[in-house]
Write a protein that binds this ligand. Structure first.
Ligand code: HBI
Length: 361
């Protein structure tokens, strides 16, 4: 009887987002995507190397540090924006490095939402799996992604169907999710304290002000965690809501994050844009914390309304307030269960591993 040979182990070269060093919080959910993917694939016997901007740190994971100037964030630019590269672009330096070492790997995993990696795709000898981390932001980038989606079928990965629909080439996208959580890293908290949480990059597209307004209306303390990406925006919120019961805890590493998050009655997600996925939602589930989110983008595909949280009318503070009043209808064990099954790192690892095997064959 011939034993089916276990599929060979892969050598994967992961290229980081160029908007910040990994661990800085500037890369948002992509930092969790990279760290969790690397750890999950390593646990399956694959070899991982990460190429990222100098100053990156992801615990035990080895990282090739590349110098150069960070890329301008795409979501702060207009749809008609021209492609802008700084004089010594870390993005170009990372991809020059990748070109030099590509033959040591079976596949490249790109997480940059930028024109260059898509333009360079035909110049590489190795398949490139592109993780598209946002919905449409800049037409010139959309065109570069579409070119690859057509010429290299199956290589454009997106987090959710809703995110894919923001591109006219949606049907050429492969839905692979945004990340998966390792339940062992999060402590399930059965009995919450009277407090709400908001997690994420503090930046206008995340509409933190709506969560603060809901905290003001309900009088329930809102714990805010995440990188202050736009300081002026954060100052404005504090000026607009001087008496809101809010507490800023900073940008916390996962261990401290889950301790502060776990004791909350619920997480508020208030995306003004089409959030591609919403890694913070599955982190919240892992702690047993239900999620209230605008019915917009990724969270609308992650939350089961009435079971793991509530979906409310987009931009409606009233909707948030009503949902907050219903949080005790949610069984927190259902949230934890979702993180242990559908949104687990193992389930996501299966999706990503089979995607990579398809592209390598
Ligand atoms: N902008 N230009 C650019 N490139 C990225 O890779 C990028 C970005 N903005 C945000 C971002 N990546 C990540 O924060 C994603 O999690 C959204």
């Amino acid at each position: 009887m011939n034993i089916p040979s276990s599929p060979r182990k892969l050598k994967v070269l992961i290229l980081s987002t160029p908007v910040g060093a990994l661990g800085s919080g500037l890369g948002g959910g992509v930092e969790l995507t990279i760290a969790n993917l690397a750890r999950e694939l390593q646990s399956r016997g694959h070899t991982i190397e990460i190429v990222a901007p100098a100053g990156s740190y992801l615990g035990d994971l080895s990282i090739v540090q590349v110098p150069g100037e960070l890329q301008l964030t795409a979501q702060t630019q207009e749809q008609a924006a021209a492609i802008v590269m700084p004089s010594d672009p870390v993005l170009a330096n990372m991809w020059a490095k990748a070109r030099n070492i590509q033959h040591d790997y079976d596949i490249i995993f790109n997480t940059a939402f930028d024109w260059l990696p898509f333009y360079l795709t035909p110049f590489f000898d190795r398949p490139i799996a592109h993780f598209v981390s946002m919905g449409s932001q800049i037409a010139a980038i959309d065109l570069a992604i579409e070119r690859v989606a057509i010429d290299y079928p199956g290589t454009i990965g997106v987090c959710t169907r809703t995110q894919a629909e923001t591109f006219r080439f949606a049907d050429l996208c492969t839905v692979v999710g945004g990340s998966g959580v390792d339940p062992a890293v999060y402590e399930y908290c059965k009995h919450p304290e009277p407090a709400l949480a908001w997690l994420g990059r503090i930046s206008p597209e995340k509409a933190l002000e709506d969560a603060v307004a809901a905290a003001q209306r309900t009088g329930i303390k809102l714990k805010i965690m995440g990188k202050i990406q736009d300081a002026a925006y954060w100052e404005q919120i504090q000026r607009d809501y001087p008496t809101a019961p809010i507490e800023y805890l900073g940008f916390l590493p996962t261990h401290e994050l889950q301790q502060a998050l776990g004791t909350c009655q619920g997480l508020l997600m208030t995306p003004r844009w089409v959030e591609a996925f919403g890694n913070v939602a599955i982190e919240s589930f892992a702690c047993g914390v239900p999620v209230i989110a605008y019915r917009r983008g990724g969270p609308a595909e992650i939350i089961t309304d009435g079971k793991t949280g509530f979906l409310v009318e987009p931009d409606s503070i009233e909707g948030l307030v009503t949902a907050i009043g219903r949080l005790d209808e949610i069984d927190r064990a259902d949230c934890r269960h979702a993180a242990e099954t559908v949104f687990s790192q193992a389930a996501w690892g299966n999706v990503m591993e089979s995607w990579f095997y398809r592209l390598v064959e």
